[in-house]
Design a protein around this ligand. Sequence first.
Ligand code: FE
Length: 308
Amino acid sequence: MALTGVLRPGHTQIRVLDIEQSVDFYTNILGLVQTGRDASGRVYMKTCDERDHHSIILKKADRPGTDFYGMKVLDRKTLDMLDSDLRAYGIATERVPTGDLLATGERVRFEVPTGHLFELYAEKEEIGDTLGYVNPDVIIEDRKGISPIRLDHWQIHGKDLDGSRNLFVDVLGFNVTERILAEDGATDMAVWMTCSNKAHDVAFVRDERSDTSHHAAFLVESWEKLLYAADLLAKKRARIDIGPLRHGITRGTTIYFFDPSGNRLETFCGGYNFYPDMKPYTWTFDEIGSAVFYHTRELNERFLTVVT
Ligand code: FE
């Protein structure tokens, strides 16, 4: 088996100001499926196509943002191995017991140099995508709203980009797929990284505001579905940040918007397949506009400044 170790972004806990308003947005507009609610009032959701119990956890708080970023690893043995690799690298880890999150096994939690709380886990209840595993049909019916098919990636910001990049490469087995260089032509201003063969699973951006989130992204199946997402967001008077448009980086198509609490979300489509023998793409500082917004070649202020 070629894909081992860290498999993918598996869940993320998002802070929201009003739970019921957020549940309405995340189920009826974004189109996630609600799968549980725990004793502390957290609401669990997944996309229609994801098999594991949840990928999004909404937690009531007095400010927006992201509490932690969970990545699924292949199995229990991998979890223990990565825990000891992290400690050997000088990263303190903590075990969060089974049952702290609904339907989820023990997690290994640690803070990365950019200040974000990450966690690894091997076990989560598989509830399926309703199609079954024997002679499955190809369409899931009764999909609501935008209805993405998976939690795809995160873009997160912090000061010690080099530290987080090195940790993800040296310990967690990620590859850098693309980077934007700072004006000096040598320092990474931003890096896109994958643990799989996606164009990215996580992107780090150098920013004085450590432990901040720029967006969580969900994959949709086609450009047409992305346009539908834009139409629906506009019809529902959701706050669109920018798009639909194409990135130079990853070649993906995208639309960015905010949930009712001000957390930026993205629906993303496309991107190339990455293999570990591929060299990363490098974008120079003078081409940053086309790297991010390929058609207009200009960044907008809100996209650069708003993080939660
Ligand atoms: Fe993104």
